[in-house]
Structure formats: C-alpha cells, structure tokens
Ligand binder design. Structure first.
Ligand code: 6GU
Length: 244
C-alpha cells in the first residue's frame, strides 16, 4: 500500500517511519511512504504557502495554489512499483487531516486499509483556503475531539492504524483481529495480560492463567474483557445510547 504525505514539515516523519513495525513493512515492500513538501509548489520568490485571511482575524491560512498544485502533481505520479507494462496511474483516495473531519474509528480505518493508495494532506495554521476543499473534494478526517497544531501527527495516527491491517505487516496474523476495536471484537476492550515474574511486590498473576486449561483461560479472558468494558466504556456495549 502506498501513502503520499503532503506537508509543510516533512522532517517530522523519518523518525516515526524508521521505527518498529513500519520500518519492517517498508523494508519488506508492503508499505511505501512518500513525503512531499507543499512549499516546493510555492509560486513566488519568498516561497509563501500561507497568507492573512480575507476579512481579518488571527492566524494564517494555507493558500489554495500551492496545495492544489501539489495534490495534482502527486496524483499524477505513478506507483513506485509500476514498470513499462504496468504503468497505470492510480490517483488514490485523498484525505485531508483537519479537526472538522469525520472522526477516525476502526470501521473507517478498515475502509482506508482497503485502498491501494492514500494521499494524506496535512494542514497547519488556521486551516486551508476553502477553495482547496471545493476543488479537490477530499475526505476530511479528524483523529478526535481536540485540537492539534497540525495534521502531521494525525497523519501518523492514520498510517499507524491502517498498516496493522495490511496482510503480512503484523508478525502474528491473528493479533489485529483480537484488537479491541476490530470487527470481530468491536464492542469489547482487551483483557489484562501478564508475563514473568509470577509475583512482583505481592502482586500475583491470576492463577487460572498458569493452569494450562485453555478453555478456562478463554472464559476468564472473555469475562475480564466484559468487566473492563462495562467499567470503562459502557458506551461500547450499548453504542446507540451514547449518541454515536
Ligand atoms: Cl486531523 N488536525 C488537527 N490540527 N487537529 C486535530 C485533528 C487533525 N484531529 C483532531 N484534532
């Protein structure tokens, strides 16, 4: 799967991309992340990508020309894996990261993971000139009801959640299915996990986990999940009542 990230701060990404699961997925060719600096599409000699809002007010607005031209150029780029006989351009799904977007949840992550290519457009400042939306008609996505300084961290959240669902990215194929919010367990949180030692500062590992009785262990975990979910996230057990 290919991700194109359009940002004013491409330097924010290599640290994240070079770690852990994502690093391995990139090395194995399962994931490809291309960074694009929106400033490279600035028109004037000062390379300006933002300006003061018409009508006044605080902050700066991202200008329409560099953003639209950057997206158009990236959409035209062929997939890195393409060759002479397979040079079809795949424009990809355009996602704009903004606090006004559809809130990211696991069903949306699953939807995004079904795409071959995602173009992630990160905002900064007070937001985008409205004409960016009018012209490009992106899907707007927010990662939660709070305000970040920009879409970059949100883009990393999207990439992080999506790559878990790409076959071969997780070592153990089962582990993403057992995640709290995956389709097969959508309404339950994770049960508690333990590893060695069996006792630390008087805190014991529950006896049943040491029993070797896999049926009992499964039943205990199911009950733990249910109890934890009820206690912390009752809204997941009866989602309709929470107004979601
Ligand atoms: Cl995608 N961007 C910003 N700036 N703030 C956010 C967000 C995105 N999602 C939640 N808060």
């Amino acid at each position: 799967m290919r991700f194109d990230v359009l940002t004013l701060f491409p330097e924010m990404f290599p640290g994240y991309l070079g770690q852990s699961l994502l690093k391995l997925a990139i090395q194995r060719g399962l994931v490809d992340v291309k960074l694009h600096d929106i400033r490279d599409w600035a028109k004037d000699k000062h390379k300006s990508v933002d300006d003061r809002p018409f009508g006044g007010g605080p902050g700066m607005v991202l200008r329409v020309e560099p953003v639209v031209e950057c997206v158009e150029a990236v959409r035209e780029e062929k997939d890195s894996a393409s060759n002479a006989k397979d040079s079809q351009v795949r424009p990809g799904r355009l996602v704009m990261l903004t606090p006004q977007g559809r809130k990211l949840d696991q069903p949306l992550v699953e939807e995004l993971a079904a795409e071959e290519r995602l173009i992630l457009l990160c905002g900064r400042y007070e937001g985008f000139d409205q004409r960016v939306r009018d012209i490009l008609e992106p899907d707007e996505i927010s990662v939660g009801d709070y305000v970040l300084n920009g879409g970059e961290v949100a883009a990393m959240v999207v990439i992080d959640a999506v790559i878990r669902l790409i076959p071969g990215v997780l070592g153990d194929e089962q582990s993403s299915q057992q995640d709290s919010f995956s389709a097969s367990r959508r309404h339950l949180l994770e049960f508690s996990q333990y590893t060695r030692p069996r006792e630390f500062r008087g805190h014991q590992v529950p006896e049943v986990l040491l029993s070797g009785d896999h049926q009992q262990i499964a039943a205990w975990r199911e009950e733990e999940s249910r109890r934890k979910t009820e206690q912390r996230r009752g809204d997941l057990l009866s989602p309709r009542e929470s107004g979601e």
